[in-house]
Design a protein around this ligand. Structure first.
Ligand code: ARG
Length: 464
């Protein structure tokens, strides 16, 4: 057998060193060691129940695997590159520990269904972790929204001042995004939660395996329906990284806003010292590096998604070694999205929002123009005409360097005799917000209901 490789029976010559380095995956797939062992233990127990192994054999294998896992956990395990991947490192060590019996573990199994199982278990666990992180971020957003129900700031479209909104509504918009990410990760988790063990290399096996029992032992909801699909399907990885990508897009948008809000021209937020950095040359600087890096790291998660989609696009059925390239993009995306979600939650919890500058900013950009138009509609003017009259008022005020509320009643009446003293009440920013009482709107009533709904969602998410 060439170099003692587990698959070396038909090989006369050893592998070239460069090829060994090129093809190995143990340097990164060792992250799957624990799930690999759990899957193997479930497989061994099932083989015994089905009469393929004796109970004693299965017990010795299960105990030996536990010992291997202990060595790995304690850092005593010697990883060997020539053993290629996590699966063969674990199995070869098992055989060193318990002798030739170790060789019976792989009965009725292939690395193809083994790696698919390992990765499904891993992705499933990480999706559950992302969900917990997303829920925590939603909780922080809801808390900050509760604090700032009365804080008003300019809402924008086209990044131009549009209408006054409450900071609560703005923050809760992000809560909605992360609630969807949470749900998306849940959907995707359901599809990852399918046990492929028993598909073997591609065509199943002649041993009387019991895939349902293995799935049950591993707490997996589903069992593969088609052996060829089971070993070649990587949809669950791609979906997970898409979920991470969209979540990063949401984080990146929030980062972009925080970067703008932290600019002294806005001054809407003061970044916590612990989440910002200084400049090595300009002593006055406090830079939003965390937000910038998060925005930048979004690109690498998209890169992982592109890598994975490209990886599978030309693969004929079933397993192809290309698929080994599915691990590192996932690991990288996982590290990035996990850290980003956690840091965003901590940073938002510590962030100072500045109601003063937000309130001041309302006086620029005629944010209450819609209110004057609606006021005129209330006095019986058709909306199009009201829009026109208000536009003329805005033109006049702008030329004079006034806000609408700075104009005198006589000046306003010059544009429409329908305007009375009560127009000034309608022009107040607080009034503009308070009047928007329809469900989902920015008024205090709908915002309070939204916060209640988000809290109910959190209780539900926490109970899952
Ligand atoms: N290291 C491999 C991977 O990650 C494990 C499966 C190898 N299977 C095979 N037939 N060579 O995909």
């Amino acid at each position: 057998m060439a170099d003692g490789k587990l698959w070396g029976g038909r090989f006369a010559e050893g592998t070239a060193a460069s090829v060994e380095a090129y093809t190995e995956s143990q340097s990164f797939d060792r992250a799957l060691a624990e799930v690999d062992v759990r899957g193997s233990q479930a497989h061994a127990r099932m083989l015994a129940r089905q009469g393929v192994l004796t109970a004693d054999e299965a017990e010795a294998i299960v105990a030996g695997l536990e010992q291997v896992l202990g060595e790995i956990a304690r850092g005593e395990f010697v990883w060997r590159r020539e053993r290629e991947d996590v699966h063969m490192n674990v199995e070869a060590r098992l055989t060193e520990l318990i002798g030739p019996l170790g060789g019976k573990l792989h009965t009725g199994r292939s690395r193809n269904d083994q790696v698919a199982l390992d990765f499904r278990l891993h992705v499933r666990a990480r999706l559950a972790h992302w969900r917990a992180l997303a829920a925590r971020l939603v909780a922080v957003l809801a808390e900050r929204a509760q604090e700032h129900r009365e804080t008003l700031l300019p809402g924008c479209t086209h990044f131009q001042p549009a209408q006054p909104v409450s900071l609560a509504q703005h923050l809760l918009a992000y809560a909605q995004m992360f609630m969807r990410d949470h749900a998306r990760a849940g959907d995707c988790l359901g599809r990852a939660d399918v046990c492929p063990l028993g598909a073997a290399a591609l065509a199943g096996t002649t041993y009387p395996l019991d895939p349902r029992a293995v799935a049950d032992e591993l707490g997996m909801a589903g069992v593969f329906a088609n052996s060829m699909d089971a070993v070649s399907d990587r949809d669950f990885v791609i979906e997970a990284v898409f979920t991470a990508s969209l979540c990063m897009a949401h984080l990146s948008r929030l980062c972009e806003e925080l970067i703008i809000w932290a600019n002294p021209r806005f001054g809407f937020v003061t970044l916590p010292d612990a989440y910002s950095t200084g400049s090595s040359i300009m002593p006055q600087k406090k830079n939003p590096d965390v937000c910038e890096l998060m925005r930048g790291k979004t690109g690498r998660v998209y890169g992982a998604l592109t890598a994975l989609l490209t990886l599978v696009k030309g693969l004929p059925l079933t397993y192809n070694r290309d698929m080994q390239e599915d691990k590192e993009p996932f690991f990288d995306a996982d590290r990035t999205v996990s850290a980003s979600l956690a840091i965003m939650a901590d940073m938002l919890a510590a962030m100072r929002f500045n109601p003063g500058p937000m309130r001041e900013a309302l006086s620029q950009g005629f944010l209450n123009a819609t209110e004057l138009a609606d006021y005129l509609v209330g006095k019986g003017l058709p909306f199009r005409e009201a829009h026109h009259v208000t536009g003329a008022c805005v033109g006049y005020a702008e030329a004079k360097g006034l806000r609408l509320e700075d104009m005198s009643l006589a000046e306003l009446q010059g544009f429409s005799p329908l305007i009375g003293q009560d127009a000034f009440e309608a022009l107040r920013y607080e009034t503009a917000v308070a009047r928007r009482q329809a469900s989902g709107g920015i008024g205090p009533g709908p915002v309070a209901r939204q916060i209640d709904d988000v809290r109910a969602w959190l209780a539900q998410a926490g109970a899952e």
